[in-house]
Design a protein around this ligand. Structure first.
Ligand code: SF4
Ligand code: SF4
Length: 247
């Protein structure tokens, strides 16, 4: 039985969950909701939310504040005064489970950060490792914020799935960091941010540029063509409401 089965999901109550643009698109498709229903920006001056994972974005209304794009939290249905991810589906507490049980309501579409917990790449950036999970996920050591009932072992995870999830998470977060660099050069309004993301991800896949298909091009010429293609993907045509200069 999976370690998570029957757990009250302290992880989904304790942690801010950073999302990428790819997570946003998938969640919009899976849930029929829009970013404004499930997404938010959390100020992160200390860098604790971003950790070594998420990029910081800046916005016109608070240009000096670094924000991380995250899932919204809301108050627990059964544990007043405590928070949980809005997608967490809770069951009421009972005699055997004083904190109840809970499960992810969007399991197949859950963000990359949720898929890979608690694994990451080793120092060589090649092999998945399981990192130790602390006893509690928040300073308030309430039972709702207690994490896993025991430490994870390799037998608890699917070795193929973990490696693939980590590879996808790494690709998507690198792409999102690149977007953040572009966005922050001319930080725009928070209100247009989801449109900006939808636009970039819509244009992410294209046909091979014609010049790249010519066999006589040197590797340097090919690189230049591909760089031009990359610039086009992230140059980001602005929604009509956006008054920013083109990047
Ligand atoms: S999306 Fe699902 S797995 Fe991720 S924090 Fe929310 S409930 Fe938990
Ligand atoms: S706290 Fe640990 S065991 Fe419980 S759902 Fe989260 S990852 Fe799984």
């Amino acid at each position: 039985m999976s370690l998570c089965q029957g757990c009250h999901s302290g992880c989904c109550r304790s942690f801010a969950v950073p999302i990428t643009g790819a997570d946003m698109i998938r969640l919009e498709r899976e849930t029929g909701k829009t970013f404004w229903d499930f997404g938010c920006r959390w100020a992160d001056e200390s860098g604790a939310i971003a950790g070594n994972y998420a990029p910081h974005f800046h916005f016109q209304d608070e240009p000096s504040t670094p924000f991380v794009i995250c899932l919204k939290h809301e108050e627990s249905d059964y544990h007043p005064g405590t928070a949980r991810c809005q997608f967490l589906q809770e069951s009421p507490p009972d005699a055997t489970r004083p904190v109840g049980a809970a499960h992810c309501g969007i399991y197949n579409g859950r963000p990359a950060a949720c898929r890979v917990f608690p694994t990451k790449y080793d120092v060589g950036n090649e092999l998945p490792i399981i990192y130790p999970v602390p006893e509690y996920g928040r300073a308030e050591q309430r039972p709702e914020y207690r994490l896993c009932p025991r430490q994870w072992s390799p037998e608890d995870v699917d070795s193929l799935e973990v490696a693939q999830d980590l590879a996808v998470a790494r690709y998507e977060i690198q792409f999102f960091h690149r977007l953040a660099e572009m966005w922050n050069r001319h930080a725009g309004a928070w209100e247009i941010f989801p449109d900006f993301l939808r636009d970039v991800y819509q244009r992410r896949i294209t046909l091979m540029p014609e010049a790249c298909a010519q066999p006589e091009l040197t590797p340097e010429e090919l690189s230049a063509e591909e760089e031009e293609y990359r610039r086009n993907v992230v140059k980001m045509p602005r929604p009509a409401s956006n008054q920013r200069e083109a990047a």
